[in-house]
Design a protein around this ligand. Structure first.
Ligand SMILES: NC(=O)c1ccc[n+]([C@@H]2O[C@H](COP(=O)([O-])OP(=O)(O)OC[C@H]3O[C@@H](n4cnc5c(N)ncnc54)[C@H](OP(=O)(O)O)[C@@H]3O)[C@@H](O)[C@H]2O)c1
Length: 193
């Protein structure tokens, strides 16, 4: 079982619209399975997310994860949560419960950024997949508002998606953690002597 975080980001680096929606929902090509998600989900058997990302699903017309087990990190069980959804306040316990239920498939870590950071911090994040959307938003939440920018990433693959988005897949490698983000002396390579 691998934990694969996959988020869409605007070309100017926002993972939400200014009013808090995932940016792919304002892409004209947005539809069930769009942005490469259908192929990605082929190898997944579970969806994992933070309570903030989960709650809008409770008022959706259709249940967004009909084929996946659903795991939610949150301090309380939101009203109306279906019985088959696992809600847990401790990320290590939630990880144990996912492992216990696992039948060999991967886990789609949907987000948001604070839950991605939580699983990175306990060493449980295996991949970070970004889908860069072909438009700017000018505001919203950035991934690194919560995710530690020193995360070590090794490029694995990229591909163009219908509608002009680009999928980039990185393996998360704690050995490659970068100190650049917190180094006051860090400068672009072109300016180093
Ligand atoms: N671009 C994309 O593809 C994408 C994907 C998913 C979500 N999003 C966006 O991301 C935004 C939400 O992101 P977010 O980071 O604010 O929220 P989030 O990760 O969805 O949920 C945050 C909640 O998860 C729980 N949590 C997180 N870390 C925890 C920890 N270490 N221990 C215990 N509980 C923990 C807490 O729940 P309690 O408050 O109950 O304690 C916390 O309030 C939304 O606007 C959503 O639209 C974008």
């Amino acid at each position: 079982m691998k934990i694969l975080a996959r988020l869409c980001t605007s070309a100017d680096g926002y993972v939400t619209t200014p009013n808090g929606w995932p940016p792919q929902v304002v892409d004209p090509v947005h539809a069930p399975g769009s942005h490469g998600i259908a192929e990605f989900l082929d190898g997944c058997e579970a969806a994992l997310m933070g309570r903030t990302t989960f709650e809008p699903a409770l008022t959706n017309d259709r249940w967004p994860w009909p084929d996946l087990q659903v795991f939610v990190l949150g301090s309380h069980r939101p009203a109306g949560t279906p019985d088959h959804v696992t809600v847990e306040s401790d990320p290590v316990r939630l990880l144990q419960r996912m492992r216990a239920a696992n039948r060999g498939g991967d886990v789609h870590l949907i987000g948001g950024p604070s839950t991605v950071e939580t699983f990175r911090a306990i060493g449980a994040l295996d991949k970070l997949e970004l889908v860069v959307l072909p438009f700017l938003l000018g505001g919203g939440m950035r991934l690194t508002d919560s995710l530690d920018p020193r995360i070590g990433l090794t490029f694995e693959s990229s591909r163009a998606l219908p509608g002009g988005s680009v999928e980039i897949v990185y393996t998360v490698d704690p050995e490659r953690e970068s100190s650049r983000a917190n180094d006051p002396n860090w400068a672009p390579a072109s300016q180093r002597r």
